[in-house]
Design a protein around this ligand. Structure first.
Ligand code: 13P
Length: 342
């Protein structure tokens, strides 16, 4: 294992207070988002949208790494330049989603386990050769009546740890993403309990699989009340309880934590990340940043809406959201930035 390469990659991804852009939606997920807006669900529409993203002027000011999907890592701009080359030349490190999706977990109704370990060693080597320097694997955990089960948490944590160890073998930094979903009417406190248990289990499994923590990035959910919970807590309370949970469960050896947005509005995701950094910067041992997909992309996607004439306006919005999130990493985001920055 080349520990120096892993550490250098992490440093590069988070240099200058940047964060990550997740643009690794599977074709199914991307098509669903296109369908809602009436955008054709074709390879060419997905390619054109991804071209819009990777060629956004100034994106590298806020984004250190972009996570691609298998289809996207093989695609090019309309002038033939591979997306990977475009990103590298802009100063953005390419990454790749390598799991093959969350499937029903046998014997556990309502729960999923993420697949993709079979043949993973060879796929990781190919992606490394194509220029990827980090990878992503997402596990999903639902909160509900009697859920999550111990069997689901353990199976997902085990797969995350096996994936992370394989990444290290080839020199890729693994993003370890155990996502506790927002769907449900559970309270903030309940989400805290589940998230703590999930994170502790993940780190136990990472230890069991001999994964060097200095070479990983954790991508967790923020601790949030369920979408249908009648009490929606304040930005400050969410920041406090999320950091409390992470301080309990995430070893200080982990260099960076990059949150997923999980369906929060773009403004709330920025405000909550900002509050964590503004209130706890001196107490936290890790870089606390973003690896958002929807909370960065969604407004730009809605502006573009499949219309070539809207590319530049959509790119300005994408740039703006990335900039707001970099400000949030610094604890310098404010509602007024929403109006002025672009
Ligand atoms: P969201 O920010 O939209 O939750 O996506 C993050 C991600 O990468 C999901 O795997």
């Amino acid at each position: 294992m080349n520990s120096q390469l892993l550490k250098d990659t992490v440093k590069l991804l988070f240099a200058d207070n940047k964060g990550l852009l997740a643009m690794d939606e599977s074709n199914g997920t991307c098509n669903k988002r296109f369908e809602k807006l009436g955008i054709p669900q074709t390879v060419e529409a997905r390619r054109a949208y991804r071209e819009l993203i990777v060629s956004t002027p100034g994106l590298a000011e806020s984004i250190g790494g972009a996570i691609l999907f298998d289809e996207t890592i093989h695609q090019q701009k309309s002038d033939g330049t591979p997306f990977v080359k475009v990103l590298i030349e802009a100063g953005i490190t390419p990454g790749i989603k390598v799991d093959t999706g969350a499937k029903d977990l046998a014997g556990h109704p309502g729960e999923k386990v993420t697949e993709g370990l079979d043949g993973l060693r060879d796929r990781l080597q190919e992606y490394f050769q194509m220029g990827a320097r980090f990878a992503k694997w997402r596990a999903v955990i639902s909160i509900g009546k009697g859920l999550p089960s111990w069997g689901c948490i353990e199976a997902n944590a085990h797969a995350l740890a096996r994936y992370a160890a394989l990444c290290h073998e080839v020199g890729l930094v693994p993003i370890v993403e155990p996502e506790v979903l927002m769907e449900g009417n559970h309270s903030l406190e309940h989400c805290f309990e589940v998230t703590e248990e999930v994170l502790r289990t993940v780190f136990n499994q990472l230890y069991a699989q001999r994964v060097t923590l200095e070479g990983i990035i954790l991508k967790p959910n923020m601790v949030l009340p369920g979408l249908n919970c009648t009490k929606q807590d304040s930005v400050e309370d969410i920041a406090d309880i999320t950091v409390e949970c992470l301080l309990r469960a995430v070893p200080a050896a982990v260099p960076g934590i990059a949150f997923l947005s999980g369906g929060q509005s773009p403004e709330l995701a920025s405000a909550r990340l900002n509050a964590m950094n503004a209130r706890f910067k001196s107490r936290i041992p890790w870089a606390l940043t973003f690896s958002f997909s929807r909370a960065i992309q969604q407004p730009a996607l809605e502006i573009w809406n499949g219309d070539e004439a809207m590319v530049v306006v959509a790119q300005k919005e994408l740039y703006h959201r990335a900039k707001c999130n970099r400000a949030a990493r610094l604890g310098e985001y404010s509602a007024s930035l929403e109006k002025t920055a672009s």
